[in-house]
Design a protein around this ligand. Structure first.
Ligand SMILES: [Zn+2]
Length: 204
């Protein structure tokens, strides 16, 4: 079993957050590090559940077979069990895939919008439309966060800082306000992409 940690804050009122790292392949070897940087004081209310998966076969989360694999089933189990209002997937990518992940024609090529660079190679995007539209409501916050595998300390710092912004947000509005302050352009673009996938769905 992979790394697992729950942080409860206050009287239980507030957002239910679920952060899952390393959902496929060897990505967990990279995502465990930033997950372990999140501590009690980063969470203002409600709860944060963190899970980092063990190594598994690499199947894209855009592939329907993923959710039939052991790793995919574990992800679905956690999602169904905790019913989070905020769901964050931590991934890592190989440098040679940067171009295809951020390709502006990605929507035409594989049906999902490109990821957006925050800075230092850290990318933000939507989770698989397969679960976004079936497991979550419009108001829920669902984000994929990518970091280069075996990242530089600069990339890791950007990644951890943004994870802390997510962990610290008390609502969708609160998150939007905070994210917009640091990454106004990227938030703008992600809202535009979200409308491409979900029509009038809110961002992320
Ligand atoms: Zn991945």
């Amino acid at each position: 079993m992979g790394f697992f940690k729950i942080i409860h804050k206050g009287n239980g009122e507030g957002l239910k957050r679920l952060f899952i790292g390393g959902v496929h392949g060897k990505e967990g070897l990279t995502t465990i590090k930033p997950l372990k940087e999140i501590s009690e004081e980063d969470v203002p209310d409600g709860c944060l559940v963190m899970y980092n998966c063990d190594e598994s076969e690499y199947i894209s989360t855009l592939n329907p077979l993923y959710y039939e694999s052991d790793a995919g089933k574990a992800v679905l189990y956690l999602m169904n069990h905790y019913k989070p209002d905020m769901y964050i997937e931590l991934h890592c990518y190989k440098q040679e895939n940067f171009k295809s992940l951020t390709d502006l024609d990605r929507k035409d090529k594989i049906g999902v919008p490109p990821l957006i660079e925050l800075e230092k190679g850290v990318l933000i995007g939507s989770i698989s439309p397969r679960i976004r539209t079936t497991k979550f409501s419009k108001e829920d916050i669902c984000i994929t966060l990518e970091i280069p595998c075996s990242p530089s300390s600069e990339s890791l710092e950007v990644y951890v800082n943004f994870l802390k912004v997510l962990a610290g947000a008390k609502s969708r509005e609160d998150l939007e306000r905070k994210a917009r302050k640091i990454y106004p352009q990227q938030v703008e673009t992600s809202q535009r992409y979200a409308r491409i996938i979900f029509g009038d769905y809110p961002p992320f």
